[in-house]
Design a protein around this ligand. Sequence first.
Ligand code: GTP
Length: 229
Amino acid sequence: MEPEASSWRLESSVELSLTSSTASSLLPRTRIFKIIVIGDSNVGKTCLTYRFCSGCFPGRSEATIGVDFRERTVDIDCEKIKIQLWDTAGQERFRKSMVQHYYRNVHAVVFVYDVTNLDSFLSLPSWIEECKQHSLTYDVPRILVGNKCDLTDEIQVPTDMAQKFADGQNMPLFETSAKNPNDSDHVEAIFLTLAHKLKCHKPMMLSQPPDNNKVLLQPEQKDAVTCWC
Ligand SMILES: Nc1nc2c(ncn2[C@@H]2O[C@H](COP(=O)(O)OP(=O)(O)OP(=O)(O)O)[C@@H](O)[C@H]2O)c(=O)[nH]1
């Protein structure tokens, strides 16, 4: 179910074609960041990823089965970054066989809850636990997103409650609406902020000497906890 290995490479590796023997003349190809989006069913994971990658709210959205991939290439500080969003199924029956694939070589995690559904917020600890069980270390950036802020009359999760939880988990909180991008934090800004953090967090380094006119760049491995300040 993973995308074609030929079209992308996990671990945010960057393959370079050498045009001369000096590394300074290398032109890097697009770096890829794999971001998984998880949370209860119906919180709006598909709509958020669709909003970011396609720029609009999907006319209709059905329960995700397994996982859907969406991607978008952005320019950050003159570098092309491909943001690959893994939109995972919220329903347990549609997740089972796929779970181990989600967590492989993940660069960041987006936890989503629905601000109009308290249960989806109360489920967050179990999603965080699932990450832990798949050996996701704390140096993998994580953010918390409360979706459906456009439904102002139906809010069940007040911002201060969500903020307290996010602080306790050392995650930044964003409240947004995939439906109405003018509400609160903009979906676009959320994912771009995350991409910036990833870019700074994982500077490229040469991982092996040039071989067959190719050189593989990989992110520097860091043990430090990601700081969002
Ligand atoms: N009002 C409003 N509705 C939204 C918003 N985002 C999603 N929805 C609606 O919420 C429902 C569920 O959205 P999805 O994006 O399919 O939810 P999901 O989290 O991907 O669900 P699963 O695939 O089952 O895990 C759909 O009817 C969407 O139209 C939002 O920001 N505002």
